[in-house]
Design a protein around this ligand. Structure first.
Ligand SMILES: Nc1ncnc2c1ncn2[C@@H]1O[C@H](COP(=O)(O)OP(=O)(O)OP(=O)(O)O)[C@@H](O)[C@H]1O
Length: 226
């Protein structure tokens, strides 16, 4: 397993349109949780590993802009050469996926996806056609009217990823997205999510404690250790 050293300034410059973490330090009170550097190139899936409580989710929360005030953070996070931390959280345009699919239960599957679709796609019919096409594209043709609670775990994961991608994010942050799935399904959904993440051409940061996830991701692995 490869453990990644902090990127050098030249690495950061080359990864102009990737996600670059430089000397990111997160502390809880006076205790430092970790200090890391990592470059995630477009179309690459980098993995942050470590046991429960090590601070993996906290790192994603920091990047996305919802770090709990109990923590403090320093260092640089750049996306496409831009200082991400200087942007308001809602301007960062990051696609998040968690271990729960977190689909809105009061909306149909199509409603969840329409909500994510950018406003520049106009017209009710055109918007609905875009959603139906996206569903068909992931093998969920005709499920638009379904209530999300009636979906299987694997179907819900696909819809959650679709929703994330339809919003046209600039990077993907995946926090243990397969951990609620049983073993057989886990492999299938993992293949599906990783293929989509790579073909989207976005830099993807995956948080997991599962070695198989990390190996399958195929990108750099940063192990936060014990
Ligand atoms: N609001 C908070 N105040 C104080 N401590 C917190 C708070 N939120 C989280 N922690 C602690 O910070 C540490 C990091 O939590 P975090 O959820 O990032 O870990 P993790 O590596 O993602 O773990 P898991 O795999 O279980 O999700 C944990 O020890 C957790 O108990």
């Amino acid at each position: 397993m490869q453990v990644v050293a902090p990127p050098s300034p030249s690495d950061a410059a080359r990864a102009g349109d990737g996600l670059v973490l430089r000397d990111v330090r997160i502390a809880l009170g006076k205790a430092e949780l970790f200090r890391i550097g990592l470059t995630v190139h477009p179309g690459e899936i980098a993995t942050i590993m470590g046991p429960s409580g090590r601070g993996k989710s906290t790192l994603l929360a920091h990047i996305a802009g919802f770090l709990d005030p109990a923590f403090s953070a320093s260092g640089e996070v750049r996306l496409g050469g831009e200082d991400l931390l200087a942007l308001a959280p809602e301007e960062r345009r990051l696609g998040l996926m968690f271990q729960d699919s977190l689909l809105f239960p009061h909306m149909s599957v199509a409603g969840n996806l329409l909500f994510a679709l950018p406003q520049r796609i106009r017209g009710r019919r055109r918007r609905r056609a875009a959603v139906d096409e996206a569903l068909a594209d992931v093998g969920l043709e005709g499920l638009g009217e379904r209530d999300p609670v009636t979906l299987s775990g694997g179907q819900a994961s696909r819809v959650a990823l679709l929703r994330t991608l339809l919003a046209e994010p600039r990077a993907l942050l995946l926090d243990e997205p397969f951990s609620r799935l049983d073993r057989d399904l886990r492999g299938q959904v993992r293949t599906f999510v990783f293929e989509r993440a790579r073909s989207s051409g976005l830099p993807t940061l995956l948080v997991t404690h599962d070695h198989e996830d990390a190996e399958a991701a195929g990108g750099p692995i940063l192990d936060l250790g014990e």
